[in-house]
Design a protein around this ligand. Sequence first.
Ligand SMILES: NC(=O)c1ccc[n+]([C@@H]2O[C@H](COP(=O)([O-])OP(=O)(O)OC[C@H]3O[C@@H](n4cnc5c(N)ncnc54)[C@H](OP(=O)(O)O)[C@@H]3O)[C@@H](O)[C@H]2O)c1
Length: 244
Amino acid sequence: MRNILVTGGTRGLGLGIARRLAASGFRVVAIARTRTERFASAELAVETCDKGRLHFRFGDLTDLAVLPGMVKEIRSEFGPIYGLVNNAGVGTAGVLATMKDTDLEHLVRLNVTAPLMLTKYVIRSMMSQGDGRIVNISSIVANTGYSGLSVYSATKASLTGFTRSLAREVGPLGITVNAVAPGFLDTDMTHTLTPPERAKITRRSALHRMAEIEDVANMVDYLVSEKARNITGSVMTVDAGNSA
Ligand SMILES: NC(=O)c1ccc[n+]([C@@H]2O[C@H](COP(=O)([O-])OP(=O)(O)OC[C@H]3O[C@@H](n4cnc5c(N)ncnc54)[C@H](OP(=O)(O)O)[C@@H]3O)[C@@H](O)[C@H]2O)c1
């Protein structure tokens, strides 16, 4: 069974991705700080289906010093790592001029530094294996812009730059690196959106609805599959046509 790490795989989009990949037969290791109730029931459901597997590993990804040891432990417990989905992130909103420096620094640390460093430690063994899949979760705001999300947008745009260059760097070794840019999704991150804000997003989308977690999870599932073997350095938008 192939192993895939999904950061932030315990709720929201990450849990949706973890469930989807487990249903496709992967052993998924979800890394987060809390083992949620939702994750525990998904773990049970996956076990009864007898396809893939779902495991939880505690990890605070902002504690950068623990990342190499965490990857080493996961590899020795489960074997070679085939895939990494860099999904964990925060969406702290705020006007730049008044944003707390600590919030700014935390956004950059969790959304950028952590995935870059985690990828560094995971990709080393993929390079010796001669295959592997990296999927970075960006956002449409990396390109569209959204008032109050300038720092968040900067972190998400950095992931697409990272994706393209790394794809070139490790392509000759058989590893693909892609990003997925979701539009607004109904998760804990967006629970503060007001009904008028939601209505505006829906109205602006070509399909007059919001994309759902399952839509994004299906895209990730495709990118780690054999069907996507010749797709690398791409940013796949899943937003019901919001940025069309
Ligand atoms: N929701 C949207 O509309 C939307 C749109 C575009 C892109 N995205 C992107 O999609 C990804 C997932 O977003 P979401 O909406 O699913 O967010 P969410 O519901 O808030 O979930 C975030 C996940 O990240 C984990 N996490 C947070 N801080 C962490 C830390 N320090 N160390 C380890 N794990 C941590 C959380 O677990 P713990 O708190 O237990 O650690 C949780 O599992 C993010 O990268 C986000 O930028 C979201």
